[in-house]
Design a protein around this ligand. Sequence first.
Ligand SMILES: Nc1ncnc2c1ncn2[C@@H]1O[C@H](COP(=O)(O)OP(=O)(O)OP(=O)(O)O)[C@@H](O)[C@H]1O
Ligand SMILES: [Mg+2]
Length: 390
Amino acid sequence: MSVLDATNPYRPGAGLAPPVLAGRDALLEEFDTLLAEVPRTGEGQRPWAVAGARGVGKTVLLLEMLQRAHDAGWTTARLEAGPPDSLVESLTRALYIPLRQAAGRARPGSALRRVLAVFSALRVTVDSAGTLSFGVDVEPPAEDTGADLGTDLHHLLHALGEWARAEGTAVLLTIDELDAAPQAEIAALNRALHRLGQDDLPVPVHVVAAGQAALPGTLARATAYAERLWAFHHIGPLDDDAAAHALRAPAAHLRVSWEEGAVDLAVRSSWGVPFLLQSIGRFAWQLRTGAVITRDDAAAAVELALADARGLFAARWEQLTQAQQFFVGALADAGGEADLGDLAAALGRAPGRLGRVRSDLVARGVVEPAGRGRVRFPLPGFAEYVRAAR
Ligand SMILES: Nc1ncnc2c1ncn2[C@@H]1O[C@H](COP(=O)(O)OP(=O)(O)OP(=O)(O)O)[C@@H](O)[C@H]1O
Ligand SMILES: [Mg+2]
């Protein structure tokens, strides 16, 4: 087979595992330590909140953690928060398959029966065909209390943890897009995790949630103690070495190399954003005419990848309110990163009046905080797009 026939290894997309997961070694090492410690101590650690901009690689990181936990013999479950399902519904659904598999192996009278009892208390039923359905009264709590939902979540996680301890295993639960859940559900999750940590007999359950860069603030607004409850991990773009590795290694594996200048150009143009690296890699692979990706291939691939990303930009831009578009326009005019004070001056507004627009844009992942009083666009090319689109 010639090198030109080899399948394109790069994988731009959402939650598509990259051929090489670059630049996350430190965090994964910390996770490996936790994987060893939790079953040994029988106690979960502070839940992790992984925050970062769109396309930076949160989902694939969660998938890697799930895989490692599974390989270490843990029971794993994953869910994505957000409408139409409540967190309890999504969680129950996510746990159902691992529990059913476990039920096949469980000894009679084991703690699994208690978990199943909690399931039925939540009015989750399984019909004869094995289909899971939910009673109508798994209702989200009233906006300002959330007490029932928090209790339900706590019961479920606790019962599950007791079962896991009895079985000598541990449970990893990942919650992606947590910031898409309503505030009342996030508050309920915080309460449930808080209580889980206070239970007399600790349980080996670990939760890792992911969300946009504003996730820590969202969690803290939900309950005051959230900042101490969660261990926060911010993940950003890849540094130059990791970005170069993300491009080179998958090609090298298939006996294709990148010219030195080609990698430098691609790395610089991507700002280290993993999604763009995969996209540039994919185009460059298509454009190459032999076993070497040249600088010209890379330059053309960068153009194509940025043009492709413009579709994403258009979707973002069109969803903004007029006030948000003014803010984003001023930030684009400032080159993509600016002090809030300067933006306020450019817009002829008092700085304090931009707070709401700023936090809405951060929550949507359109801008991200860049140090005290500063904001920037997380994606390269967005400033140019906005200047042309207005
Ligand atoms: N560490 C990495 N090395 C190489 N490629 C990566 C890395 N992390 C993510 N990618 C690639 O980047 C793209 C985006 O990854 P992913 O969907 O996990 O991002 P995300 O942060 O979850 O985005 P969103 O906020 O939109 O959900 C995928 O194509 C993935 O293969
Ligand atoms: Mg994601």
